[in-house]
Design a protein around this ligand. Sequence first.
Ligand SMILES: O=P(O)(O)OC[C@H]1O[C@](O)(CO)[C@@H](O)[C@@H]1O
Ligand SMILES: [Mg+2]
Ligand SMILES: [Mn+2]
Length: 461
Amino acid sequence: MTEPIACPVAPYTNDDENSFAYTSARSRWLTILTGVISDVKETAATSDVEKTAEAEGIIEKLEILRKELADLAALVPLAEDGGPDIALYNSELKRQTKSVPMTYGNGPWLYTECYLYRKIYSYFLASKYWKGYDIYARQKLDAFKQSELAVVELAVRYKNLSTQLHGDISKENLGVLFREFIDISLWGNATDLSLLTSLSLDQLQSLQGEAARRESEKNILVNNVDKAWAAVSDTTKYGRVDIVLDNAGFEFYTDMIFALFLLDSGLAENIVFHPKSIPWFVSDVMPVDLGVLVNALGESSFFTKGREELDYLCQQILQYSGDGKIIMRESPFWTTSLPFWEIRDGGLGGGHEVWEDLRASKLIIFKGDLNHRKLVYDSMWPRTTPWETAIGPLATSGLTVFSLRTCKADVIVGLPEGKEKELEEAWIASGKGTKDTGRPGIGWAWSGKWAVMPFTDGGKK
Ligand SMILES: O=P(O)(O)OC[C@H]1O[C@](O)(CO)[C@@H](O)[C@@H]1O
Ligand SMILES: [Mg+2]
Ligand SMILES: [Mn+2]
């Protein structure tokens, strides 16, 4: 097997006390694993005898894994479970292991975290009754239910707008709406509705709407939305837009509304969603989550308010899906540990096939923090590094890449000189600084309060 393209800058690692990797490996993952164990127990309690019996073995393995994590033990090669990606995980383990064994406590953050999710999944994949089981489904649906107010509010806005979209609308107004929907999809990643801005055409012009948008805009550290607008409104290109999805529930709902807007307005002819094929980083969208979303929206006992608007929305999703205008396309590449530098001719782990597929798109939107980390190799780039440098071969791949990410991890590039210092000082001044590391102001970077939206046209002329 050939090797992935190497990055000249070292990765964030779990032994770095100044990185969110450090607490991730020592406490966050343990909590997640504890949640997985309880979920399996809860499901097993109401399952038939054989399925329950099989759960015992799975729980035992999960508990051993929990112990290994707590001990910050060494990572061992993954056992064969029939998955096509095992060999790649194991060759990466070898390649990324330096002079000492790689442990949960010292390994590269990106690799060790992907490995952990893949390892958990292998216990289910190797089973008879639990193969397709989503250990996070319960959690995803509960969280979605709790966002009822925001869900209904957006459905009402969408219905109002979509009637206007079918009428005559100027390109300028369409551009305003595009920016608003991008904002919603962006902050959907933080699942923080308080940052959302007004959407109705009337309110768009109002002072209040603009003020609200400015308010959230100041937290967007890199904002290339104008370039993305130029790419999507280029009517000389075939109108396919791709969205590399992140989280199910409210975020996926905002992505879906954005997709409907693109289709209703004619800015896109097709939307291709890219979900994850296995339960991934807790809340990531799996193919089944499209049906889960439609069912939740369409079920009057799930969301009791805004029925007319929600029914309209469901009908739109079903119509577009039925016409093949909204599709879900899987690839094993998205759940490897590989950086997106492998989305290239000859890329490993499915990266080549993804590259070939994405070439037909006029705009590829990558949602969320993890996708962003993979775009920039999760390496310790100085924060003033140009985006085009940090995305390596993607800068000249011909692909039009737009990342919508609220920052939940250390890696951030493209900041102007002096900005990082300013943010660290403000973080300390707000009383949120940590006292126990060499850099008390560092936490702003993973607080989810800031965002970046960088763009590249992939060197296209
Ligand atoms: O769903 P998102 O936005 O990718 O966030 C997940 C990210 O947040 C974390 O869970 C915490 O930083 C990372 O492991 C991961 O990169
Ligand atoms: Mg090695
Ligand atoms: Mn996610």
